[in-house]
Design a protein around this ligand. Structure first.
Ligand SMILES: *[C@@H]1O[C@H](CO)[C@@H](O)[C@H](O)[C@H]1NC(C)=O
Ligand SMILES: *[C@@H]1O[C@H](CO)[C@@H](O)[C@H](O)[C@H]1NC(C)=O
Ligand SMILES: *[C@@H]1O[C@H](CO)[C@@H](O)[C@H](O)[C@H]1NC(C)=O
Ligand SMILES: *[C@@H]1O[C@H](CO)[C@@H](O)[C@H](O)[C@H]1NC(C)=O
Length: 314
């Protein structure tokens, strides 16, 4: 009996042990499950809060603009102006809730500066992702916060209007800062590629707009004047303008150009750099323009070739 009892109690003990282990195992599994799902419950609402609150705030306080603006800044060798311009315009446009990006169109070839061709290149580079462009001088800062950079639906909007610009007051002036939507810039075939050197390309663009029946609208009800609506940060003594005329440049650039534009601007973008200046993001396109010497020999007025090494590459 003793042995039988002994066997029996040993058997029972083993059975109890097995039962206990099984029960404990099930308990542990249940506890783990509860812990894991609890954890998930703690995480999940937080994630929801993070992803749902932001658009909520955006809708209530910062409405996102429907259109994207590419700020196109023709540029060569004016680093000190760039350092002021980029953070300033970024802050100005952010305050207006304009969805924007700044593109510095840096001309790195050895030819004379060609503002219009650079803008054509900037447009071609950005047109798939942006709804409108601002053709923007690097040395002109808007001071009056009522100057709108909103999407120009009906017609181009000339921010740097003649009645507000510090220097240019003639009615046909469209330079400085001009907003044009993607469709309109395409309709007029962009700008002429014949304007190497400083000046007149914007006057030719005015004629393109007029020929396409596109009127220009300008800021209204601005209470500031020509001296305090914009800040002109250009130092004329330090930066001499390239106003040389050679070959038959003077004669040709006084006429409306029906030969060149967006469709035949010849260039390569040798590199693209994304940098930030004082926390403001900016994209630098290093652009090599290619000159058609037969059509526009004045892209190079010097007898000897310009020294390419002297042109700073960013
Ligand atoms: C902008 O316009 C508003 C409303 O007309 C006016 O109160 C404000 O003074 C203007 N701001 C500037 C900088 O002119
Ligand atoms: C442009 O302005 C002229 C004169 O004010 C007007 O006759 C014409 O209808 C306008 N065109 C457009 C497209 O708004
Ligand atoms: C400018 O002011 C006039 C007169 O108050 C008003 O009729 C017009 O709508 C205003 N223009 C803009 C663009 O706000
Ligand atoms: C662009 O320039 C290259 C090199 O000079 C030339 O071969 C090509 O024909 C030019 N294209 C246009 C559209 O002018």
């Amino acid at each position: 009996m003793g042995t039988k009892n002994g066997k029996c109690s040993t058997l029972m003990f083993l059975q109890c042990l097995a039962l206990t282990i099984t029960v404990m195992f099930i308990l542990i599994v249940i506890m783990l499950f509860v812990l894991v799902t609890n954890d998930r419950c703690k995480c999940h609402p937080q994630e929801l809060v993070l992803t749902e609150r932001r658009p909520f705030i955006n809708k209530q306080i910062i409405p996102k603009s429907l259109h994207k603006l590419a700020v196109l800044v023709p540029f060569r060798d004016r680093f000190e102006e760039l350092l002021i311009f980029v953070p300033y315009i970024n802050k100005f446009l952010t305050a207006q809730q304009v969805d924007h990006n700044i593109f510095i169109l840096n001309q790195i070839d050895g030819y004379r500066f060609n503002r219009a061709s650079l803008i054509n290149v900037g447009y071609l580079h950005t047109k798939n992702d942006y709804d409108y462009i601002a053709m923007h001088d690097v040395d002109l800062l808007p001071l009056n916060t009522n100057l709108s950079y909103a999407y120009p639906t009906q017609q181009p909007f000339h921010v740097a209007a003649p009645h507000l610009h510090p220097r240019y007051h003639y009615e046909k002036f469209v330079g400085g800062i001009l907003l044009v939507n993607r469709e309109h810039f395409g309709v007029v075939n962009g700008m002429s590629n014949k304007y190497w050197g400083w000046g007149l390309e914007d006057d030719e663009f005015f004629v393109r707009l007029r020929d396409a029946n596109l009127n220009i609208s300008r800021p209204e009800n601005i209470t500031t004047g020509t001296h305090n609506t914009f800040k002109h940060i250009h130092d004329r003594n330090h930066r001499k303008r390239d106003t040389i005329k050679c070959y038959n440049q003077r004669e040709v650039t006084r006429k409306r150009d029906r030969q060149t534009g967006l469709h035949n601007v010849n260039y390569t973008i040798s590199s693209i750099k994304k940098v930030t200046i004082d926390d403001s993001p900016v994209t630098i396109l290093n652009i090599e323009l290619i000159c058609n010497h037969k059509l526009t020999p004045w892209c190079d007025c010097s007898e000897k070739k310009p020294d390419v090494k002297q042109i700073r590459k960013l």
